[in-house]
Design a protein around this ligand. Sequence first.
Ligand code: GTR
Length: 324
Amino acid sequence: MNLMRTLTAAAAFSVAMLGAAHAQVVLKSSDTHPDGYPTVEGVKYFGELVKQRTDGRYSVEVYHSAQLGQEKDTIEQVRSGVIELNRVSMAPFNGTVKETIVPALPYIFRSEDHMHKVMDGPIGDQIKAAFEPAGLVALAFYDAGARSFYNSKKPINSVEDLKGMKFRVIQSDIFVDMVAALGANATPMPYGEVYSGIETGVIDGAENNYPSYDTAKHFEVAKHYSLDEHTILPEVFVMNKAAWDKLTPEDQAIFKEAAKESVAKQRELWSAKVEESKAKVVAAGSMITTPEKQGFIDAMAPVYAKHVTDPVLQKMVEDVKATK
Ligand code: GTR
């Protein structure tokens, strides 16, 4: 009996030792959006799968609501390894990862379905691979719907109505040039400064999708939302390359599969959130217009002429257009 007890205690001790040998690693991930937003929930889901499938050796802590800073700063953090993971828009990468220019081009995608086909296929893989020289592994693309203009001044029914207005844009030259091509003025600024920018009149408005317009409360200060849907740019979920290289091939496979499954989850959450946000802003008094898109599309020629000069990008644009 005593021997049994001793043996059981010894076994328990070695299990504890084994546990200690597999220390738990908590990976930090940033997101500018609040808790509950589809991207935040997508990454949390990824984290749950990773935790389950690595028997708790890895888990993910999501710092939502820009707790770690504005998007551009957190991109530096994940590149340098201060944090291991990050969920951001691809627009701030336009200057460093040139392949991200393609999905950021205005009206490049005919629909969200078209965007999914492209990003889930070889062009998506090409864009993912292009993140590696920037010190990052692109684990997944998440939905961000279509971006449209909203403002505090007047309804927008045509390109003509935008003339001379001042819009905040996400930090990318493509967006600056797109707004200029529409006859308006662009001010790139961090997301977290947009609300007060509109409220104080520093800018007339901004551009984003329904869930951002809703959750960042921009609808409170910019009542006119015009569905010109100029960009269907997906989000990207990245991992620091050095942190990735530390994983065993088996764990890398677990991370990849978890990321893939989190995409399906995020897309489902996204569609529901778009409807919820739309209903909410309309109930709160937002006035939605649906401008005729052709004028917007025609105005984009200079943006393509300036940003699609590299043969690699030219080929990608052709491939996107040919994707059925
Ligand atoms: C949102 C996107 C954020 C952020 C924001 C912005 O649609 O999800 O990651 O990029 O737009 O405009 O700054």
